[in-house]
Design a protein around this ligand. Structure first.
Ligand SMILES: [Fe+2]
Ligand SMILES: [Fe+2]
Length: 269
Protein backbone atom coordinates (compact mmCIF):
# COMPACT_ATOMS: atom_id res chain seq x y z
CA UNK A 1 0.00 0.00 0.00
CA UNK A 2 1.32 3.48 -0.82
CA UNK A 3 0.62 6.87 0.68
CA UNK A 4 -2.01 8.51 -1.46
CA UNK A 5 -1.43 12.21 -0.87
CA UNK A 6 0.48 14.56 -3.14
CA UNK A 7 4.20 14.40 -2.33
CA UNK A 8 3.86 11.79 0.45
CA UNK A 9 6.04 8.73 1.08
CA UNK A 10 5.56 5.75 3.35
CA UNK A 11 7.41 4.24 6.30
CA UNK A 12 6.94 0.76 7.80
CA UNK A 13 6.06 0.37 11.48
CA UNK A 14 5.55 -3.15 12.90
CA UNK A 15 5.04 -4.45 9.36
CA UNK A 16 2.39 -1.85 8.51
CA UNK A 17 2.91 0.79 5.81
CA UNK A 18 2.05 4.25 7.12
CA UNK A 19 2.50 7.70 5.67
CA UNK A 20 5.96 9.03 6.52
CA UNK A 21 6.22 11.78 9.13
CA UNK A 22 5.52 15.43 8.42
CA UNK A 23 8.43 17.86 8.87
CA UNK A 24 9.25 18.84 12.44
CA UNK A 25 11.74 21.38 13.81
CA UNK A 26 15.13 19.94 14.73
CA UNK A 27 14.34 20.26 18.46
CA UNK A 28 11.77 17.46 18.24
CA UNK A 29 12.58 13.75 18.55
CA UNK A 30 10.09 11.94 16.32
CA UNK A 31 9.24 8.35 17.32
CA UNK A 32 6.83 5.86 15.78
CA UNK A 33 5.08 3.89 18.54
CA UNK A 34 3.43 4.43 21.94
CA UNK A 35 6.20 2.32 23.47
CA UNK A 36 8.75 5.02 22.58
CA UNK A 37 6.71 7.83 24.15
CA UNK A 38 7.22 9.30 27.64
CA UNK A 39 3.63 9.10 28.85
CA UNK A 40 3.38 9.26 32.66
CA UNK A 41 0.39 8.35 34.82
CA UNK A 42 -1.08 10.89 37.24
CA UNK A 43 -0.66 14.64 37.33
CA UNK A 44 2.94 15.18 38.43
CA UNK A 45 4.67 18.24 36.94
CA UNK A 46 6.47 16.17 34.29
CA UNK A 47 3.26 14.31 33.43
CA UNK A 48 1.40 17.61 33.00
CA UNK A 49 4.05 18.97 30.65
CA UNK A 50 4.18 15.75 28.62
CA UNK A 51 0.38 15.66 28.29
CA UNK A 52 0.34 19.20 26.90
CA UNK A 53 3.39 18.58 24.69
CA UNK A 54 1.81 15.42 23.20
CA UNK A 55 -1.53 17.12 22.69
CA UNK A 56 0.22 20.10 21.04
CA UNK A 57 1.88 17.83 18.48
CA UNK A 58 -1.41 15.98 17.87
CA UNK A 59 -3.16 19.28 17.16
CA UNK A 60 -0.34 20.11 14.74
CA UNK A 61 -1.01 16.77 13.03
CA UNK A 62 -4.74 17.56 12.80
CA UNK A 63 -3.89 20.87 11.13
CA UNK A 64 -1.56 19.13 8.67
CA UNK A 65 -4.11 16.40 7.86
CA UNK A 66 -6.74 19.05 7.04
CA UNK A 67 -4.25 21.06 4.95
CA UNK A 68 -3.13 17.91 3.09
CA UNK A 69 -6.78 17.09 2.31
CA UNK A 70 -7.15 20.49 0.66
CA UNK A 71 -4.15 19.73 -1.54
CA UNK A 72 -5.23 16.17 -2.36
CA UNK A 73 -8.94 16.76 -3.08
CA UNK A 74 -9.17 19.96 -5.14
CA UNK A 75 -12.42 18.75 -6.74
CA UNK A 76 -14.32 18.19 -3.49
CA UNK A 77 -17.44 20.38 -3.06
CA UNK A 78 -16.47 23.98 -2.27
CA UNK A 79 -18.47 24.13 0.97
CA UNK A 80 -16.74 21.01 2.24
CA UNK A 81 -13.31 22.42 1.31
CA UNK A 82 -14.20 25.60 3.24
CA UNK A 83 -15.08 23.49 6.29
CA UNK A 84 -11.75 21.67 6.06
CA UNK A 85 -9.89 24.98 5.62
CA UNK A 86 -11.59 26.43 8.71
CA UNK A 87 -10.69 23.27 10.57
CA UNK A 88 -7.01 23.74 9.64
CA UNK A 89 -7.20 27.30 11.03
CA UNK A 90 -8.85 26.06 14.26
CA UNK A 91 -6.19 23.36 14.72
CA UNK A 92 -3.42 25.95 14.24
CA UNK A 93 -5.02 27.98 17.05
CA UNK A 94 -5.14 24.86 19.25
CA UNK A 95 -1.41 24.29 18.69
CA UNK A 96 -0.68 27.87 19.77
CA UNK A 97 -2.91 27.65 22.86
CA UNK A 98 -1.10 24.53 24.02
CA UNK A 99 2.37 25.85 23.10
CA UNK A 100 1.67 28.92 25.25
CA UNK A 101 0.43 26.78 28.14
CA UNK A 102 3.52 24.57 27.85
CA UNK A 103 5.72 27.68 28.17
CA UNK A 104 3.73 28.85 31.20
CA UNK A 105 4.34 25.49 32.88
CA UNK A 106 8.09 25.87 32.18
CA UNK A 107 8.10 23.16 29.54
CA UNK A 108 9.67 23.53 26.13
CA UNK A 109 9.23 22.24 22.60
CA UNK A 110 11.17 19.03 22.10
CA UNK A 111 11.18 18.20 25.82
CA UNK A 112 9.54 14.83 25.06
CA UNK A 113 9.37 12.55 22.00
CA UNK A 114 6.44 13.04 19.61
CA UNK A 115 4.70 10.57 17.30
CA UNK A 116 2.57 11.35 14.25
CA UNK A 117 0.26 8.37 14.33
CA UNK A 118 -2.92 10.08 13.09
CA UNK A 119 -1.08 11.63 10.15
CA UNK A 120 0.53 8.28 9.34
CA UNK A 121 -2.77 6.40 9.21
CA UNK A 122 -5.13 9.00 7.73
CA UNK A 123 -3.02 9.85 4.71
CA UNK A 124 -2.89 6.23 3.56
CA UNK A 125 -6.54 6.59 2.54
CA UNK A 126 -7.26 7.88 -0.95
CA UNK A 127 -10.75 9.33 -0.52
CA UNK A 128 -11.88 12.42 1.38
CA UNK A 129 -14.87 10.67 3.03
CA UNK A 130 -12.45 7.92 4.14
CA UNK A 131 -10.06 10.45 5.66
CA UNK A 132 -12.91 12.30 7.39
CA UNK A 133 -14.15 8.97 8.75
CA UNK A 134 -10.74 8.30 10.31
CA UNK A 135 -9.53 11.73 11.41
CA UNK A 136 -12.74 13.56 12.31
CA UNK A 137 -15.27 10.85 12.99
CA UNK A 138 -12.91 8.51 14.86
CA UNK A 139 -9.80 10.31 16.21
CA UNK A 140 -11.45 13.64 16.94
CA UNK A 141 -14.62 12.01 18.23
CA UNK A 142 -12.33 10.02 20.56
CA UNK A 143 -10.72 13.32 21.56
CA UNK A 144 -14.17 14.69 22.42
CA UNK A 145 -14.64 11.80 24.86
CA UNK A 146 -11.13 12.23 26.23
CA UNK A 147 -11.41 16.00 26.70
CA UNK A 148 -14.76 15.51 28.44
CA UNK A 149 -12.87 13.67 31.21
CA UNK A 150 -9.53 15.48 31.01
CA UNK A 151 -10.83 18.95 31.72
CA UNK A 152 -12.26 17.57 34.98
CA UNK A 153 -8.92 15.89 35.73
CA UNK A 154 -7.07 19.21 35.27
CA UNK A 155 -9.66 21.10 37.32
CA UNK A 156 -9.40 18.60 40.15
CA UNK A 157 -5.61 18.95 39.97
CA UNK A 158 -6.08 22.71 40.57
CA UNK A 159 -5.19 23.90 37.06
CA UNK A 160 -8.21 25.90 35.95
CA UNK A 161 -6.22 27.60 33.16
CA UNK A 162 -5.44 24.35 31.33
CA UNK A 163 -9.02 23.14 31.92
CA UNK A 164 -10.29 26.28 30.17
CA UNK A 165 -7.91 25.73 27.24
CA UNK A 166 -9.30 22.20 26.88
CA UNK A 167 -12.88 23.53 27.11
CA UNK A 168 -12.17 25.88 24.21
CA UNK A 169 -10.59 23.11 22.13
CA UNK A 170 -13.49 20.76 22.89
CA UNK A 171 -16.11 23.15 21.54
CA UNK A 172 -14.15 23.45 18.25
CA UNK A 173 -13.68 19.67 17.99
CA UNK A 174 -17.44 19.18 18.24
CA UNK A 175 -17.84 21.35 15.11
CA UNK A 176 -15.14 19.35 13.25
CA UNK A 177 -16.82 16.05 14.01
CA UNK A 178 -20.24 17.48 13.19
CA UNK A 179 -19.33 18.70 9.71
CA UNK A 180 -17.70 15.34 8.95
CA UNK A 181 -20.82 13.47 10.10
CA UNK A 182 -23.07 15.72 8.04
CA UNK A 183 -20.93 15.59 4.91
CA UNK A 184 -20.41 11.84 5.02
CA UNK A 185 -24.18 11.43 5.32
CA UNK A 186 -24.81 13.84 2.46
CA UNK A 187 -22.17 12.33 0.14
CA UNK A 188 -23.48 8.84 0.89
CA UNK A 189 -27.01 9.89 -0.03
CA UNK A 190 -25.71 11.28 -3.31
CA UNK A 191 -23.54 8.23 -4.00
CA UNK A 192 -23.96 5.03 -1.93
CA UNK A 193 -20.43 3.94 -2.98
CA UNK A 194 -19.10 6.48 -0.49
CA UNK A 195 -20.23 4.13 2.27
CA UNK A 196 -17.78 1.57 0.90
CA UNK A 197 -14.95 4.16 1.03
CA UNK A 198 -15.83 4.84 4.66
CA UNK A 199 -16.04 1.14 5.54
CA UNK A 200 -12.66 0.42 3.92
CA UNK A 201 -11.05 3.32 5.78
CA UNK A 202 -12.45 2.18 9.12
CA UNK A 203 -11.31 -1.40 8.46
CA UNK A 204 -7.82 -0.18 7.57
CA UNK A 205 -7.68 1.79 10.82
CA UNK A 206 -8.73 -1.29 12.81
CA UNK A 207 -5.93 -3.31 11.16
CA UNK A 208 -3.32 -0.66 11.98
CA UNK A 209 -4.52 -0.39 15.57
CA UNK A 210 -4.27 -4.13 15.99
CA UNK A 211 -0.69 -4.19 14.64
CA UNK A 212 0.50 -1.22 16.70
CA UNK A 213 -1.28 -1.74 20.00
CA UNK A 214 1.30 -2.26 22.77
CA UNK A 215 1.04 -5.60 24.55
CA UNK A 216 -0.40 -5.56 28.07
CA UNK A 217 2.52 -5.79 30.49
CA UNK A 218 5.08 -4.21 28.14
CA UNK A 219 6.50 -0.83 29.20
CA UNK A 220 7.05 2.52 27.51
CA UNK A 221 10.33 4.46 27.28
CA UNK A 222 10.03 5.72 30.87
CA UNK A 223 9.17 2.30 32.31
CA UNK A 224 5.41 2.78 32.67
CA UNK A 225 3.53 -0.47 31.98
CA UNK A 226 0.68 -0.72 29.48
CA UNK A 227 -2.31 -2.18 31.30
CA UNK A 228 -5.65 -3.55 30.12
CA UNK A 229 -7.16 -0.38 31.61
CA UNK A 230 -4.88 1.91 29.58
CA UNK A 231 -6.02 0.18 26.38
CA UNK A 232 -9.74 0.72 27.08
CA UNK A 233 -11.51 3.41 25.07
CA UNK A 234 -12.32 6.54 27.14
CA UNK A 235 -15.72 7.01 28.77
CA UNK A 236 -18.16 8.33 26.18
CA UNK A 237 -19.22 12.00 26.27
CA UNK A 238 -22.79 11.22 25.17
CA UNK A 239 -23.89 14.83 25.32
CA UNK A 240 -21.03 16.12 23.15
CA UNK A 241 -21.31 13.25 20.66
CA UNK A 242 -25.00 13.98 20.14
CA UNK A 243 -24.09 17.64 19.71
CA UNK A 244 -21.58 16.51 17.06
CA UNK A 245 -24.47 14.89 15.17
CA UNK A 246 -23.84 11.24 15.86
CA UNK A 247 -27.19 9.43 15.82
CA UNK A 248 -28.49 7.87 19.04
CA UNK A 249 -27.88 4.46 17.52
CA UNK A 250 -24.24 5.36 16.75
CA UNK A 251 -23.75 6.67 20.30
CA UNK A 252 -25.22 3.44 21.69
CA UNK A 253 -22.68 1.44 19.65
CA UNK A 254 -19.76 3.56 20.90
CA UNK A 255 -21.07 3.16 24.45
CA UNK A 256 -21.17 -0.60 24.00
CA UNK A 257 -17.54 -0.59 22.80
CA UNK A 258 -16.56 1.50 25.84
CA UNK A 259 -18.17 -0.96 28.25
CA UNK A 260 -21.10 1.43 28.84
CA UNK A 261 -18.94 3.97 30.66
CA UNK A 262 -20.08 7.52 30.01
CA UNK A 263 -19.54 11.07 31.18
CA UNK A 264 -22.52 12.70 32.88
CA UNK A 265 -24.20 15.43 30.82
CA UNK A 266 -22.64 18.86 31.22
CA UNK A 267 -24.37 21.30 33.54
CA UNK A 268 -26.28 24.00 31.72
CA UNK A 269 -25.21 27.39 33.03
FE1 LIG B 1 -7.98 20.51 17.48
FE1 LIG C 1 -10.20 19.14 15.24
Amino acid sequence: MTATGVGLRTKTVHGVALCDDPAREACFTVVHTDAEMHEWPGMSDVSRRERIHRHMNNECGAMEIAAQALVDFPDAPWDLRMRVARQAADEARHVLLLARRLDELNGHRGEFPVANYEWGVTNMVNTLPGRLAIENRTFEAGLIDLLGSLRTTWREAGDETTAEVLDAILSDEITHVRFANRWIRRLTEENPRVLLDVAMAVRFLARVNQALEPAVGSVNAVGVAFTAESRRPPAVDVDARLEADFTEEEVREVLRQAGFRSILPREVS
